[in-house]
Design a protein around this ligand. Structure first.
Ligand code: KG4
Ligand code: ZN
Length: 401
């Protein structure tokens, strides 16, 4: 019998709930996904050109109960009769005013499902968004009398990179196992909020080698995309156009810097790249008013996208390889939304092969934010019985590993 975990992720603009059955040792576990529901708010935030925290908070409040209902429907677990008369619920949800009523109604018709614990992301991320998931987790833990595991979102991305991709999609339910890898390994975490190189001595033992001094790699993709008039999130858009430019061998019209590529450290800086893109656009289109969107031709936009992607990937690959060599790591893992980038996957794999190292990427569906990775990261803690009391769990926007 495994451990059944209900995991909740609301650190940014995805509302995600997963129910998984975990089994095996924490070193070589396997996870059967019983129910998995995810709703991205990206389209809503697109009009602001990035994630707007209070909108994210409101949307998580609206979406959590439907996501829970969907995950439970898929899992079809046995449940008790509804547990009524839990009077502290309004207090637990006093700051999530729009969540109280739908959750109360839900709990009046749904009993406690056969799960063993609740895992929830407590940071890093947007605090108003994190709080919704945390208070929702506390409410469920209170009514259903279940223990809580707070999970670091970045540890989720690390664990996702170790998840094997070799399952058969035709066999339901879907399951993952974690790759048995030899430590130490180098972890490159690249998302909308983070760009970090870490030395992973074991799961749970991390040493930060370096990080970005300003913008994250994903943020750079998003900001450059915005300057070119492309929608949020910009990473997939820039990547799609860059692939078009490569496929059609468009001429290299633009040249961008590779910030900090030659510094002998593990630090990054991507804000200058965005500024350089702005300068290119202004130079290219001198009549451009500040508020005008640049009217690049489709080919020009594709060529610029390729140069942006090349610049970011060049820097990420060089520093990651240097870290692997310096620290004697045979394995490199890549986590976070930017790990979905095909060009980064190809370039890093090629470069690592040259030094005899292996690179592991998350399965595509676990690259960007999701609750499966939160469930997987919680297992070692749940297995060891390391739970946190509700009053000690707080949203920590800048939580580090
Ligand atoms: O990990 P994630 O889903 O959320 C955060 O925790 O930030 O990462 C989102 C970031 C966004 O900046 C998005 O543009 C970027 O990941 N991203 C990509 C790709 N897919 C998502 N960047 C480059 N290429 C992609 N294919
Ligand atoms: Zn993330």
């Amino acid at each position: 019998m495994g451990v059944k975990i209900l995991a909740i992720e609301t650190s940014c603009d995805e509302t995600a709930i997963c129910i998984t059955e975990a089994s095996g040792t924490p070193e070589a576990p396997s996870f059967t996904i019983l129910g998995n529901a995810l709703l991205s708010q990206a389209a809503l935030h697109a009009q602001y050109g990035g994630v707007f925290p209070n909108l994210a908070k409101r949307e998580h409040q609206h979406n959590l109960v439907p996501m829970l209902a969907e995950a439970l429907r898929q899992a079809a677990l046995p449940a008790s009769a509804p547990i009524l008369g839990k009077s502290d619920l309004p207090k637990i949800l006093e700051r999530e005013t729009e969540l109280l009523q739908p959750l109360s109604e839900f709990l009046e018709s749904h009993g406690k499902p056969a799960i063993d614990c609740i895992a929830v992301t407590h940071g890093p991320g947007l605090e108003p968004a994190l709080w919704v998931g945390i208070n929702f987790a506390k409410a469920l833990a209170y009514v259903w009398d279940l223990p809580l595991v707070p999970v670091n979102h970045m540890e989720g991305h690390i664990v996702a990179a170790l998840a094997s991709d070799e399952r058969s999609k035709s066999i339901a339910p879907m399951s993952y196992t974690l790759e048995a890898t030899s430590f130490p390994l180098i972890s490159l975490l690249v998302s909308g909020g983070h760009t970090e190189l870490l030395l992973v001595k074991a799961l749970g033992e991390y040493e930060l080698l370096g990080a970005t001094r300003d913008d994250a790699a994903g943020e750079c993709f998003d900001k450059c995309a915005r300057l070119m008039g492309l929608p949020y999130p910009g990473g997939p858009e820039v990547s799609r156009l860059a692939a078009h430019a490569r496929a059609h061998k468009l001429p290299p019209t633009f040249a961008l810097p590779r910030p900090m590529i030659d510094t002998r450290d593990y630090e990054f800086s991507f804000s200058g790249l965005k500024t350089a893109v702005r300068r290119v656009l202004e130079h290219h289109l001198p009549a451009l008013g500040k508020s005008d969107l640049p009217k690049l031709s489709d080919d020009e936009r594709a060529a610029l996208s390729r140069e942006i992607e090349d610049a970011i990937v060049d820097v990420l690959v060089k520093k990651t390889l240097a870290a692997a060599k310096d620290k004697g790591a045979q394995t490199i893992i890549v986590g976070g939304g930017v790990s979905a980038n095909t060009h980064l996957r190809e370039r890093l794999t090629e470069a690592a092969t040259d030094i005899g190292a292996t690179v592991l990427f998350p399965p595509r569906e676990l690259s960007t934010d999701n609750a499966v990775m939160i469930a997987m990261a919680s297992y070692a803690y749940a297995h060891a019985g390391t739970f946190a009391s509700a009053e000690n769990i707080r949203a920590q926007g800048h939580l580090s590993l």
